[in-house]
Every structure is written in structure tokens, then in C-alpha cells.
Design a protein around this ligand. Structure first.
Ligand SMILES: [Cu+2]
Length: 223
């Protein structure tokens, strides 16, 4: 008997058998040996190695299948989001409406597409459970609000301290409670270099550290 050290042939794990060589595939007299194997298997030592390999092969098969599905679907983390089609920039007379949804620790969408010089009507919606804010500004603005609000965290009993930042570092700040929507008209700077440095961030204490930020992307315009 050539297969008495392995019990793979009893089961449906034929792929593992072929891969591991547990089954002797070339023997013409195996039919007779099989009968002896089946009859005598209980007398053999445990065949854990073969079963373990089969289990591994099964897991590998699941992983390969999952990868194939992810590839077919384009993947959830398949790199940067696709570019948006050219958009019609807003004007002061007809601002372009832009939704920014704040959730617990993220902004949606990310990035937010804007056109330098256009006027937008921001609908800032807090879809999370905690209070959030949308601060639009460059890194100096983000740093200023992070420092200011960090100092105001866990205030002593009494009136809530007013949070402020040095002149020139305020940027745009929109604070919304859970479930609240606030609309703000904003004219985007005309200089693409300035727009390219803008960041969207939340500085309610601890939120920036949790990664609550998004980028603003210059979109191509039509019209
Ligand atoms: Cu937040």
C-alpha cells in the first residue's frame, strides 16, 4: 500500500491531494490498495499533516477567490478616486451647490472638487453623532484651530470659552451639531496656488488626531 500514510483520498479535497501529493495518482493497482486502505485506516497513526495542508489549501482558495472578486470589482482601495467630469463653476448670482457631509471622523466626499474663483453654496451637514466642524484653510489655519480648540478642551465649569485664532488664520469655519445643516456661501480664491494649499479639517478636540480631514481638489471647469 502506498497511501497508508495519508487519508486524503477519502474526501472531497481532491485539489489539495493533487497539490500535496497525498494521493498516488499514477498507480494502476490503487483500486485494490484503496480497499485495503479504507479497511485499515483506523489502525494507522493520525494523518493530521495531510488534513492541515488541505485546510491551508482551502483557506488559500478562499483568499484567491476574494482577491479575484476584489479585482473584478475594481477594489475598495484601488487608489485615488476617479476625476470628476468638468463642472460648471458657480457665480455670485448663481452659486454652485456643494454638499459636504461630516460623519464621525470623516468628510464626504473626499476630495471636494472646486474651481478657483467660483462661488459655491456649501451645504455642510453633520451626519454623525458628535459635533463637528468644517474648517477650510491652509495648514497654518488648520494648525491655529487645532491649537486653539485643544486649549479649550475640558473647560472648567462656567461659560464655554470663546475659541479664537490669530488674525489671518481663521479661514472658513462651520460648526454643526449632530443632525444639523448649515449653508454658507463661499467664494473660492482665484489663485490656483492658494486653492491647492487648502485643506478641510475638523478640530473639535481629538477629531483631527482621528484623521478627520479631507482635501480640496481643483476641478476643471466648463462654461
Ligand atoms: Cu469632527
Amino acid at each position: 500500500m502506498r497511501r497508508r500514510s495519508c487519508a486524503c483520498q477519502e474526501s472531497t479535497g481532491s485539489v489539495a491531494e493533487r497539490e500535496t501529493g497525498c494521493a498516488d495518482s499514477g498507480a494502476a493497482d490503487d483500486a485494490r490498495d484503496d480497499a485495503v486502505d479504507v479497511a485499515g485506516r483506523l489502525r494507522l497513526p493520525p494523518v493530521l499533516d495531510c488534513r492541515r495542508v488541505r485546510s491551508r489549501a482551502a483557506r488559500a482558495g478562499v483568499a484567491v477567490a476574494a482577491l479575484a472578486i476584489a479585482v473584478a470589482a475594481g477594489g475598495c482601495d484601488a487608489g485615488p478616486p476617479p476625476p470628476t467630469p468638468p463642472i460648471v463653476p458657480g457665480s455670485s448670482a448663481a452659486p454652485r451647490e456643494v454638499n459636504i457631509v461630516m460623519k464621525d471622523w470623516v468628510f464626504l466626499p473626499d476630495p471636494v472638487d472646486i474651481v478657483p474663483g467660483e462661488t459655491v453654496l456649501l451645504h455642510v451637514i453633520n451626519g454623525g453623532l458628535e459635533i463637528h466642524e468644517a474648517v477650510i484653510g491652509d495648514q497654518a489655519v488648520q494648525d491655529a484651530w487645532e491649537a486653539a480648540e485643544g486649549q479649550a478642551a475640558n473647560p472648567p465649569p462656567g461659560p464655554t470659552p470663546i475659541v479664537s485664532v490669530p488674525p489671518g488664520t481663521a479661514g472658513i469655519r462651520i460648526v454643526a451639531a449632530s443632525g444639523q445643516r448649515i449653508d454658507v456661501v463661499w467664494t473660492v480664491p482665484a489663485d490656483p496656488a492658494v486653492v491647492g494649499a487648502l485643506v478641510l479639517g475638523c478640530h473639535i478636540p481629538g477629531h483631527w488626531a482621528r484623521g478627520m480631514r479631507a482635501s480640496l481638489r481643483i476641478a476643471s471647469s466648463r462654461g
